[in-house]
Design a protein around this ligand. Structure first.
Ligand code: C2E
Ligand code: MG
Ligand code: MG
Ligand code: MG
Length: 292
């Protein structure tokens, strides 16, 4: 800071701020346009049953095909979508698209799999999520027993009573509730007891070095222990190696998701993978990480 030239200093700072703000405003505008022009699309990452080695579910992951920027990943636009409220119509689009697709796949003869949809905390808190879910079911005819919502820990701790009411309502609709990125939020383990949670998804940060670092292993085993004791399903995300898959399966993880199995796939590729899996299964050449 140069006391003799405060003006210059100030101008520099303010120009930078201004540019940031302009970028943000432009991006916000682009996101609204993207919704309008239907530039968002979904990819689907398979979640494997650790015991049978079959695809038990897919997670819908949103991407944005921007005319200027090309393919944009969610970490670059979800935070702004959350801050501006765009996440509510975007989340609704994701939910309805995911339900529509699942229904189409099942109608086309695909074996039942679950569809997992990420719900932002602010979306969960602010809007009438339950009505949106009911609407999605009415409009698409999807069996809500196959829908699961991934919430994060932070989104559950805000207003405990309202959260509980919403979760029980969703439960009544037969929707499953999972906690995403488990272990990285502000965990008060209390909510596991009070809320109707069906599964925990161990954050991939803990999986990364689970085979090398005893501390990571201790955390992962503790999470699996809690899940088992409370009769929750436990899923590991970010599984990248056979070693990790075998370790997690032997420790009792129910489902495994990660690049070791599949990256997020386009709809076309997913349908191919499901078809191939079915053929292999009919020939009896499929096995889970437990048997590997
Ligand atoms: P998430 O829900 O925890 O999703 C998992 C992320 O990890 C995905 O990144 C996925 O591609 C990535 N991943 C999966 N397996 C592996 C692996 O083996 N190794 C590594 N390094 N990464 C793996 P993606 O698609 O970029 O999504 C990032 C985050 O954006 C998601 O994290 C989720 O929080 C958010 N997101 C994605 N789609 C939606 C959506 O439709 N709505 C909301 N609200 N959030 C979404
Ligand atoms: Mg997720
Ligand atoms: Mg996750
Ligand atoms: Mg994550």
């Amino acid at each position: 800071y140069n006391a003799k030239k405060p003006g210059i200093e100030f101008c520099f700072y303010s120009a930078q701020m201004n540019q940031k703000l302009q970028e943000r405003t432009r991006l916000e505008f682009e996101l609204w346009m993207a919704l309008e022009r239907e530039e968002f699309f979904l990819e689907y990452q398979p979640i494997m049953d650790a015991r049978t080695g079959r695809i038990a579910a897919v997670e819908a992951l949103v991407r944005w095909m921007s005319p200027e920027k090309g393919r944009v990943m969610p970490d670059s636009f979800i935070p702004l979508a959350e801050a501006t409220g765009i996440i509510v119509p975007l989340g609704e689009w994701v939910l309805k698209t995911a339900c529509t697709k699942l229904r189409q796949w099942l109608d086309a003869g695909c074996l039942p799999i679950r569809m997992s949809v990420n719900i932002s905390g602010c979306h969960f808190m602010r809007s009438e999520l339950c009505r949106m879910v009911e609407e999605a079911a009415e409009q698409t005819g999807v069996d809500l027993g196959l829908l699961e919502l991934e919430l994060t820990e932070t989104c559950l701790v805000k207003d405990v009573e309202e959260t509980a009411a919403k979760l029980w309502y969703l439960k009544g609709l037969n929707v499953s509730i999972g906690i995403d990125d488990f272990g990285t939020g502000y965990s008060s383990l209390q909510y596991l007891k009070n809320f109707p949670i069906d599964h925990l998804k161990i954050d991939r940060a803990f999986i990364k070095n689970v085979c090398e670092l005893p501390d990571e292993r201790a955390i992962v085993e503790a999470i699996i222990g809690i899940a088992k004791a409370m009769e929750l399903h436990v899923i590991a995300e970010g599984v990248e190696t056979l070693e990790q898959a075998q370790y997690l399966a032997h420790r009792g993880c129910d489902e495994l998701q990660g690049y070791y199995y599949h990256r997020p796939l386009s709809e076309e590729r997913l349908l191919e993978v499901l078809r191939e899996e079915r053929e292999r299964f009919e020939q009896g050449t499929v096995g889970g990480a437990c048997e590997a």
